[in-house]
Design a protein around this ligand. Structure first.
Ligand SMILES: C[S@@+](CC[C@H](N)C(=O)[O-])C[C@H]1O[C@@H](n2cnc3c(N)ncnc32)[C@H](O)[C@@H]1O
Length: 247
């Protein structure tokens, strides 16, 4: 008989197990799934380009975020981590996939960027723990199953400094990702390529943070130095407390 649930983490793990094996990118097999995804670097995947999010560039250029300690959460091949490091941020970058971390590490070496990489589950014990002035999540949050939002929020609670920012980029409802209600995702055979969010759902999830800006990302042309896809929301939230940039 299995009577092991005692903590929130036990409940979350139990819920991970409600997904079918084909949905393993949402569970313990996520690293293998993502490794397979990154195996062919020549695939025409929009975020394989070595360019930072246009929204992140815009936050920096407007002084909404200023250099400090940053975490690139689900960094993939490291395009945003590299940009932040080039501006003098002290960057930690974490990803589940060894293939992604290896690729990001190669890019960092080529650029002479000093980034601390961590390969593993960003929400598990032993992951980088801040405190950070900026947590940047471009495309990781929308790949989490509903119950793992609890882990995401717990991470922000733990590692984001008062006055620090969360910069989040995720699938926009009506444009990309699954529109299924949370409850219907359990028992679904596969994770539908990620979850769609509305501005209201993002405000609801991140209600403990102050909204600085929430807009659609701008579509960037192929010759732009920035990454931009208009099927994404880009949100900048601020943790209450601390002092504001420029004050
Ligand atoms: C859509 S990709 C985005 C990569 C990168 N942020 C970018 O925009 O170029 C999502 C990334 O999140 C990572 N990921 C998903 N769940 C994770 C977790 N629990 N901990 C760390 N990384 C995770 C995946 O391995 C994948 O590289």
């Amino acid at each position: 008989m299995d009577r092991n649930v005692r903590s929130v983490e036990d409940v979350l793990r139990l819920m991970d197990g409600l997904f079918a094996p084909e949905a393993d990118r949402w569970t313990a097999g996520g690293a293998d799934w993502w490794d397979g995804f990154y195996a062919d670097r020549s695939k025409p995947v929009p975020f394989f380009v070595a360019k930072p999010d246009e929204t992140l560039v815009s936050y920096v250029e407007r002084g909404l975020v200023t250099p400090g300690r940053a975490l690139d959460l689900g960094c993939g091949p490291g395009r945003n981590a590299l940009y932040l490091a080039s501006l003098g941020f002290e960057v930690d970058a974490v990803d589940l996939s060894p293939g992604a971390v290896a690729w990001a590490g190669e890019r960092a070496r080529e650029a002479g960027a000093d980034i601390r990489f961590h390969c593993g589950d960003a929400f598990a014990e032993g992951a980088p723990d801040g405190p950070y002035d900026l947590v940047h999540d471009s495309g990781c949050f929308h790949h989490l199953p509903p119950h793992r939002r609890v882990s995401h929020l717990a991470l922000l609670d733990r590692v984001l400094a008062p006055g620090g920012h969360l910069a989040l980029t995720c699938f926009a409802s009506g444009a990309m990702g699954s529109e299924l209600p949370d409850a219907e995702l359990y028992g679904a055979a596969e994770p539908h390529g990620g979850l769609a969010y509305t501005p209201e759902s993002l405000r609801h999830v991140f209600a403990e943070l102050e909204e600085v800006e929430l807009r659609r990302m701008r579509d960037e042309p192929a010759d732009s130095p920035w990454f931009g896809e208009d099927f994404l929301w880009a949100a900048l939230f601020r943790k209450p407390g601390g002092s504001r940039p420029g004050r």
